[in-house]
Design a protein around this ligand. Sequence first.
Ligand SMILES: [Zn+2]
Length: 265
Amino acid sequence: MAYTEQLLLPSRGIIYQLSDFDGNVNVKPFTTKAYKDLLTSNASETGLKQFIDSCLVDSPIKAKNMNQNDLLAVLFKVRVMTLGNMLKTVTRCPECGASEEHEWDLNDIQINYLYTENYPIVVKLPQCGKEIKVRFPTGADVTRAKQEADRRAAAFKKSASDFLQIYTTVSLIDLDGKDIVEKAEWYEHLNPCDAIYLDEVFSEMNDAFGVKMTREGHCSTCDKVFTSYIDIGSDFFRPYANVTLGLTSKKGNLSGAVEESNISE
Ligand SMILES: [Zn+2]
């Protein structure tokens, strides 16, 4: 039997609403075949999901149904299990362009876990006063929203991206047993204040749990402080690689911790 370790998903499994699932999955290191398949796929979304499935052992949930933040936690874990916790990185200072090499200890990466009393989460819309239930996106929700956006785009001879936001939003709302088409119609008739309120709710929920992918950097040439983030591509899984880090002016998008611990725990 392959060597495995247990990983508690950042969502703690709550968002999947599966009976007998406590949010722990067993993971094993990735193999040479899995790595080569990932390269062939150019680390596409599908390729990364197949890669993750190859590392999950008897998991009640497959990568295609996982939330993005849970997927990232699995990717970090298998990277540490297979290649070790040190990641050699290269950053290019956004100010002066100087390159610097660093070693990033992936065991220091924080995971914020989801804690909520009730799920789905009840939200009261400020204008119409209606109470609705909202959920965090699973892979199944994302797929459903894309399908419906494609369908509507074809019907109206428009681009699917014109419709994706609304279907993404309503796919995460539970509303009196309504289906996604009925919910989209309901949403389009909402008072704009309520729609904006909902956007804010979802934006806050986005920060509720996950892997903190960013780190403050400091340029020793020009003394500027900047934020860099780990871009998960095939380099992240390449033995002996120097991973070039992406740069962002924004602060970490997965902060707002409820409870924190290290990925190795
Ligand atoms: Zn600099």
